[in-house]
Design a protein around this ligand. Sequence first.
Ligand code: SPV
Ligand code: MG
Length: 290
Amino acid sequence: MTKATSLRRAMAERGLVHVMATHSPLSAILAEQAGFDGLWASGFELSALYGLPDMSLISMTQHIEMLRAIAGRTSLPIVADVDTGYGNAINVIHTVREYERAGASAVVIEDKSFPKVTSLAVDGHHDLVRTEEFQGKIEAALATRSDPDFLVIARTEALIAGLGEEEALSRARAYEQAGADMILIHSKKQHPGEIESFSKAWDGDIPLVIVPNAYPELSSDHIRALGNIRMVIYGNYAIRAAATAMKDTFHRVIADGGVQHVHRSLLPVDEIFRLQGMEDVRADERRYLR
Ligand code: SPV
Ligand code: MG
């Protein structure tokens, strides 16, 4: 069974899967150990890791390198955030081929034009491509996947662009017609009303994916109760957790004039050794190094 097949099964059996954002193999290993069902290879997180805004500045090569490294160190299915697919339908063909080969089980392609502006930017200019053009990109992705269970998730940014629910619904219907496996509906409103309303109005047969970054109070129970959401992606939580911990630690070291206090609240180095797989290497050393 491929990881894509197991991701589909998990959604069918459990009703809702929890996918944590990652920006590195280390964050992915920690997410797997915590018990998530899948990993989100986030564009926002990798951009932030490089100290850059999430505006198509990180290359596909950089993002794929991250994903390949994650796939090599974890067993969870990876949902790849491929932004706009790096261009038109021809670029999407190359994108899907390369991401599947690198170890992705799903791609999320958004209907913004390239270069994109990060969705949560309050005053960002979110230009969407024509619906027909995006249908072509979805069809290109579907025709390219080699595993039939590899998920092609169409993300509409209609609500993000302020185009309203009717436009979002009409685009979602068109993307379902093009063959998309799921619809990711994104919102930057600080309350879940827009998402709840879309979910209730959604009359398609394919399920929804949400990314509750802007409206974190939407609980799992509430999401389940909406009935047609099968995947929740915690879209920027790994990089925010890492940045919070580093910021706090670095300030304390400066304030304390050294690491004499701060070390007590950090993971011990032995724990980092475990995350690095040192035990296996030591066993190999004993066996092979003579
Ligand atoms: C990401 O994590 O890169 C996303 C989610 O696409 S968001 O940043 O909220 O658009
Ligand atoms: Mg993104």
